[in-house]
Write a protein that binds this ligand. Structure first.
Ligand SMILES: [Ca+2]
Length: 467
């Protein structure tokens, strides 16, 4: 789910509803294609300026808007039937992890992601401030904003993920995701009072080179308009960029109106794969297929803010469900991961999605799911030697107010029936309910977890070491 207590994200959903409602009469109305994953008899979609190629959701009327405003934090007690034993609520590992925690860096401002460079320093992206290098001793470098295609003095312009090229030491190349309103939105103001009259943001992918003095970005190139509102990116063992592109989510957004994850002409709600110059690789599964975007690698992905390759080069994601139904998926070329046709979550109102359908032939099952939501964010596979019992385990940073705000360790095992989670352990719960935004393994074999306190300089990166 999206964290319902997060005012900004919540307002984003609501603001879209209001915007669409307000402009319904003036805008061109376009029906969603028949059989394009539409559920039930959803109303017409509205095409907003700047979104001509992406069907957008329908308007809410005033009554729906009031209903949404009255929704409070709903206790999600929904317990859908899993497709196989162990698909949810795996037991705790028999032996709890023994670890200690140190502060590796502090003083960060709304960070979104971090990554280790080959020399042991970290590259961090702060959503409202830019990129920054963190020295090995934890000292913060100055924010790097020069060259970024963002104006942080404007509302709703944010830096998301940043990924150094695997050959960064030689080519100085960085890939990054950011989001900003479409040009039609013009200056939508910076103050809280400007809410909710603004446009939904658009997720963009770009590349750049970090200058030798590490003060600016050069050769900035926009690679892709990913059409979603947010996502994560990873460079595969094949050198390609894998990008998630989530649909708008949160209270006030009805799942049944967001069928884009099933639309072949839309990049939203997909796992995308592009070359580092932004073109679609010739071996992508839908290249040459009529009306299908060639960048698509997999369909039916919701809000996947977690993406990682395991030691064997398999691609995994974790995605935010709506209310409940957060998933871990093993992503394979050309497959359909089902959203919003099947889901283990519900609408934020508690209403069932597609009659509560959780499985359908031709649609992939998640390896694991959570109800209620944990709100997965960054994730990584552990491959180090400091924690031998962690080898091959998946670690996920989580943010949900109720049962999230910790690091989750999943013990995975391949069986003849497919991958299974045989253990789930919660780590860092002792840190006072802190939200965690990103997670990486360091070159020293320690695990590093970055907080999301939402304060101006209140965020830290913790180092997790054996006790
Ligand atoms: Ca799914």
């Amino acid at each position: 789910m999206r964290v319902v207590s997060d005012r900004r994200e919540w307002m984003l959903g609501l603001s879209v509803a209001l915007l669409v409602a307000g402009s319904a009469a003036a805008q061109k109305v376009q029906k969603l294609p028949e059989g394009a994953g539409a559920i039930g008899k959803g109303p017409d979609a509205i095409v907003l300026p700047g979104y001509a190629d992406v069907p957008r959701p329908p308007a809410f009327d005033e009554a729906k808007r009031r209903e949404v405003l009255q929704q409070s934090t709903i206790v999600d007690d929904y317990t859908p039937q899993p497709a196989f034993v162990g698909q949810t609520r795996a037991p705790k590992p028999a032996k709890p992890s023994q670890y200690r925690v140190e502060v590796a860096a502090e003083g960060l401002d709304r960070p979104w992601s971090f990554a280790f460079l080959a020399d042991g320093r970290m590259l961090v992206s702060e959503s409202q401030r830019g990129l920054r290098i963190i020295e090995r001793d934890g000292k913060l470098g100055a924010p790097i904003t020069k060259g970024l295609p963002l104006d942080f003095s404007k509302r709703a312009q944010e830096l998301l993920d940043s990924v150094p090229d695997r050959d960064f030491a030689r080519n100085r190349t960085i890939y990054f995701l950011y989001r900003k309103p479409p040009p039609e939105a013009k200056d939508i103001g910076k103050g809280e009072e400007d809410f909710p009259i603004h446009y939904p943001q658009i997720e963009m992918a770009a590349s750049a080179q970090l200058s030798r003095d590490e003060r600016s970005l050069t050769n900035v190139k926009v690679l892709l308009n990913a059409q979603g509102i947010e996502g994560r990116m990873a460079q595969g063992p094949d050198g390609k960029l894998y990008i998630t592109s989530g649909p708008l989510a949160g209270r006030g957004v009805l799942v049944r109106n967001w069928t884009q994850p099933q639309l072949p002409g839309s990049l939203m709600g997909k796992l995308l794969r592009i070359n580092t110059d932004g073109t679609a690789p010739a071996d992508n599964p839908f290249v040459g297929k009529a009306d299908t975007r060639p960048e698509i690698w997999a369909f039916g992905v919701r809000d996947a803010q977690s993406i990682a390759f395991d030691a064997q080069g398999r691609l995994w994601t974790a995605e935010n469900g709506p209310m409940g139904g957060d998933e871990v998926n093993l992503i394979e070329k050309g497959k359909n991961y089902g959203f919003p046709v099947i889901s283990y979550g519900r609408e934020y109102s508690g209403e069932l999605i597609n009659g509560g359908l959780t499985s359908k032939p031709g649609l992939e099952q998640p390896v694991y799911f959570w109800t209620p939501s944990v709100a997965p964010s960054g994730m990584t596979f552990y491959t180090g030697d400091r924690f031998p019992e962690w080898k091959g385990n998946l670690f996920i940073a989580t943010m949900a107010p109720r049962i999230g705000r910790k690091v989750i360790r999943l013990v995975l095992q391949e069986t003849p029936q497919g991958w299974r989670v045989t253990g789930e352990e919660w780590l860092l719960t002792e840190l006072d309910g802190m939200r965690f935004r990103d997670l990486k393994q360091g070159p020293d074999g320690a695990l590093y977890a970055m907080t999301d306190a939402r304060g101006p300089t209140g965020d830290k990166i913790y180092r997790i070491l054996p006790k």
